[in-house]
Write a protein that binds this ligand. Structure first.
Ligand SMILES: Cc1cc2nc3c(=O)[nH]c(=O)nc-3n(C[C@H](O)[C@H](O)[C@H](O)COP(=O)(O)OP(=O)(O)OC[C@H]3O[C@@H](n4cnc5c(N)ncnc54)[C@H](O)[C@@H]3O)c2cc1C
Length: 482
């Protein structure tokens, strides 16, 4: 066994708040082994590659130790020991995050939730699923489906990301336009606080006005306020009739008009409304080896899902709406998937982002702006990037129904340009629009310095006060978010 010594300096930036009176690492690890067992405390080469960095591939760093607790009780014991020792702890879920939030420094202890997994209960009467934090999103979706329900949360990383990570980042994904973000799926939450206290509010009630709704402090807090160990998630009636269409459009205004047109006709049955600008669409088509169903290129593409309950005539009504839009000149062309395989092939184009880390030197943005302003922003952003770095390659796409635009700039096309310069350049464009530097991926490590673009000094001070109240020694995910 090789111990990383505390002298190993972390390569991530960020302050080690509260570690001035830290206990020696070796003593802390001994206490952790005594409390959790040798098998749950890994050091040195025993720590697998998975724990070194997240999906950003940013700054891989071997933490001082990796903890693998099996229960809430063990998480509680671990945090009580680390709190007393002023030892920083970084919660790790599925490591699919896109903000560097789960990357530990060499002096941090990483705590993985992977052993704390499994669905505990599906309560059909309450329409709830009680799940442990380390359960993958896909496993939770499957459990819901087996019981005849649907978990509304869905995103491309579903096979690897965990419910705890989804809640800690308040993940968005493909169905926000219909059912809201991860936050909207939560009825109850269990969290272990920095000092090891277990805050359990695993209620299944929809209404509960008994003071502060504490769960919302932890959802979206990126592991800085507590470690999520269990959750009660809301289930929805299963929308068994899904129909997917790919639509070619004249431009952004046409996309917004189509969204409004379809929402007026189908209300909440529009399950996804994803926009792809041609650079992204062409890249996705090429990467997936599919053939574009359209003979000609178009200025914009929308991937639309109608998700209803009536397998009898939902498909016909959706097709009729698109035919009406075509007749009215609101769209240029459309294809509707005729089978599950067809639908998967269309979704594969949109979900080619899973290949970005492999194919690109990806500089990712997930910004949000008022829906009406996104089209003009894309034009301005593209023109500004071209002026600044002629020859740059950038991809634009997004969950437009939820005001969320993604931009990925390929660093390979920007020889000698630091990623940081590109981040600063694009984020500065949001300032006058009061846009958000993170619609869904969170702040983590990579966007920390840009947070003030989206949050006022008063908001930041309130966040810092909450952080200090819940984690006075600053041991939980230090250097992230703030
Ligand atoms: C192909 C792909 C597609 C994606 N699509 C989307 C998308 O559409 N929408 C979207 O929002 N995101 C998307 N993401 C980003 C990512 O999947 C989400 O942020 C996801 O919610 C992260 O979950 P995770 O378990 O992997 O968390 P991790 O990456 O392990 O951690 C993320 C953050 O949460 C904290 N954390 C993890 N578990 C816990 C816990 N139990 N308690 C407290 N803190 C914890 C970590 O410390 C870190 O700060 C995508 C990623 C990929 C790779």
């Amino acid at each position: 066994m090789t111990d990383n010594s505390r002298e190993n300096s972390g390569t991530n930036s960020g302050t080690h708040s509260g570690t001035h009176s830290a206990a020696p690492l070796a003593a802390t690890l001994d206490a952790l082994r005594a409390a959790l067992g040798d098998d749950a405390v890994r050091v040195g080469a025993e720590i697998g590659e998975r724990a070194l960095t997240d999906w950003t591939r940013h700054d891989p760093t071997r933490p001082a130790a990796l903890l693998l607790p099996r229960s809430t009780e063990e998480v509680s014991r671990a945090l009580a020991i680390c709190h007393a020792a002023h030892q920083p702890v970084v919660p790790q879920g599925g490591m699919t995050g896109l903000a560097g939030g789960a990357i530990a420094r060499a002096t941090d202890i990483a705590l993985s939730l992977e052993r704390l997994s499994g669905v505990e209960e599906v309560d059909a009467a309450s329409a709830t699923l009680t799940v442990r934090a380390g359960t993958t999103l896909q496993a939770a979706q499957e459990a819901a489906a087996e019981a005849g329900f649907e978990l509304a949360l869905d995103l491309g990383a579903r096979g690897s990301c965990q419910i705890g990570g989804n809640l800690a980042t308040n993940a968005g994904g493909n169905r926000v336009v219909q059912s809201g973000t991860a936050r909207d799926q939560v009825l109850g939450l269990e969290v272990v606080l920095a000092n090891g206290d277990v805050l359990t509010s695993l209620g299944k009630m929809v209404k509960n006005n008994t003071g502060y709704d504490l769960k919302h402090w932890f959802i979206g807090s990126e592991g800085t306020l507590g470690i999520i160990t269990r959750a009660v998630l809301r289930l929805h009636p299963r929308r068994a009739a899904r129909h997917t269409a790919l639509v070619a459009l004249d431009g952004y205004d046409g996309a917004v008009n189509l969204l409004r047109r379809l929402s007026t006709r189908f209300g909440n049955d529009i399950g996804a409304f994803e926009i792809m600008w041609p650079d992204f669409y062409d890249f996705g088509v090429k990467l997936t080896g599919t053939r574009s169903p359209f003979a000609d290129p178009h200025p914009l593409y929308a991937l639309i899902e109608h998700a209803g309950f009536d397998s009898g005539d939902d498909g016909e009504r959706f097709a009729a709406a698109l035919t009406d839009a075509l007749d009215a000149g609101a769209i240029r062309d459309a294809v509707i998937a005729q089978s599950v395989a067809d639908a998967r092939a269309l979704w594969a184009i949109r979900e080619c982002t899973a290949e970005f880390p492999v194919r690109l030197d990806a500089i990712n943005f997930d910004v949000s702006l008022p829906i009406g302003e996104i089209g003009a922003f894309v034009d301005r952003c593209r023109a500004a990037l071209d002026r600044q770095w002629p020859g740059n390659v950038a991809y634009f796409f997004g969950h437009i129904g939820d005001s969320n635009l993604h931009v990925t700039v390929d660093g390979h096309s920007l020889a000698g340009v630091e990623h940081h310069a590109v981040y600063a350049f694009v984020y500065e464009m949001l300032r006058p629009l009061r846009g958000s530097v993170s619609a869904e991926h969170g702040i983590g490590l990579l966007k920390r310095e840009f947070l003030p673009i989206s949050r006022s000094a008063t908001e930041l001070a309130a966040m810092a006060a909450i952080k200090h109240a819940l984690d006075p020694h600053g041991i939980l995910n230090p250097g992230k978010l703030f």
